[in-house]
Ligand binder design. Structure first.
Ligand SMILES: NC(=O)c1ccc[n+]([C@@H]2O[C@H](COP(=O)([O-])OP(=O)(O)OC[C@H]3O[C@@H](n4cnc5c(N)ncnc54)[C@H](OP(=O)(O)O)[C@@H]3O)[C@@H](O)[C@H]2O)c1
Length: 275
């Protein structure tokens, strides 16, 4: 990994909350950081702040509620760099979001499933060749302790919707993706792990849910960075961490048939050919 060149990381949802702190920390540690967000002013502001502090950063804009924009983001990453040693799928919408009731993505999918899970699925799949070519490399999926088994008869929650259900099933889907990626990537030099970063960090999504913050973004950043860079994780893949400790996710994550169903659905919804 260390041939004297800066390693490159993509952090999604770096314009706010814990993603912003992770991007700043990686840059401080010498990584070139591709900071993703949908708000150009805040994204460029962060890239400039990183550069002023002596780091290297490039802002890439994309609204992850559109699969076309996810594809464009993957193209933009490949134009911006010929190496990618770290992908952190961090962007997400919380249980409350900024509008009440069920919402859909540009592609007509339930919004949290689309942004929190499906965008990361597609982004990881499109960037796998680059990650493999840059190995050793890592994928970190920022999930949550809030997990709920997916009801495959109503994945898009058209019958009974709540923001909490939508959030929790999208977060479990990220862990299921992580286990699949780990299986597929065994021996490739690319590892994939997922985590609950910290409970009720003081971020926009927690404030939107009217919950009193119970931890700091720095706590979540430390947990994410452990999976991203700690030598102790070398060769360890497909794991779920509750903050800093390895833990067990919702049982559906370990159900191979459920993962296969989610995988097929995800290929179908994103129009990718199944690997
Ligand atoms: N906060 C917690 O206590 C907690 C606990 C468990 C898990 N997590 C997970 O940690 C991750 C980060 O959460 P946070 O608390 O730092 O949240 P946050 O402060 O609300 O930040 C979320 C980030 O995701 C971006 N984002 C949201 N929707 C997007 C879209 N459609 N397209 C592109 N970017 C989008 C936001 O962009 P904008 O700035 O443009 O909105 C922002 O950069 C999430 O995956 C969350 O589920 C958080």
């Amino acid at each position: 990994m260390d041939d004297g060149k800066a390693r490159t990381a993509l952090v999604t949802g770096a314009t706010d909350g814990v993603g912003r702190v992770v991007a700043e920390r990686l840059a401080k540690d010498g990584w070139r950081v591709l900071v993703h967000g949908r708000n150009r002013d805040r994204g460029e502001g962060l890239a400039h702040a990183i550069e002023r502090a002596g780091g290297t950063a490039t802002f890439l804009a994309a609204d992850l509620s559109s699969l076309d924009e996810v594809r464009r983001l993957a193209d933009d990453v490949q134009k911006a760099t010929d190496r990618l040693e770290l992908l952190i799928n961090n962007a997400g919408i919380g249980t409350a979001g900024n509008a009440p009731g069920r919402q859909t993505s540009a592609d007509g999918h339930e919004l949290r499933f689309a942004v929190n899970y499906l965008a990361g699925f597609l982004l990881a799949r499109l960037l796998l060749p680059l990650l493999k070519a840059s190995a050793p490399a890592r994928i970190v999926n920022v999930s949550s302790a809030g997990q709920q088994a997916i009801d495959f008869s109503d994945v898009m929650l058209t019958r009974s919707y709540s923001g909490v259900s939508a959030y929790c099933q999208s977060k479990l889907a990220q862990i299921m993706l992580t286990i699949d990626l780990a299986d597929e990537l065994r021996g490739s030099g690319v590892i994939a792990n997922a985590l609950h970063p910290s409970t009720y960090m003081n971020t926009t999504m927690v404030r939107q849910a009217s919950v009193s913050p119970a931890s700091r973004v720095e706590d979540g950043a430390e947990a994410i960075l452990q999976l991203a860079v700690s030598p102790a994780l070398e060769g360890r893949s497909g794991l779920y961490f509750n903050v800093l400790r390895e833990a067990r996710a919702n049982g559906q994550a370990y159900d191979e048939k459920a993962r296969a169903r989610l995988r097929s659905l995800s290929y179908e919804l994103t129009g990718l050919a199944e690997a």
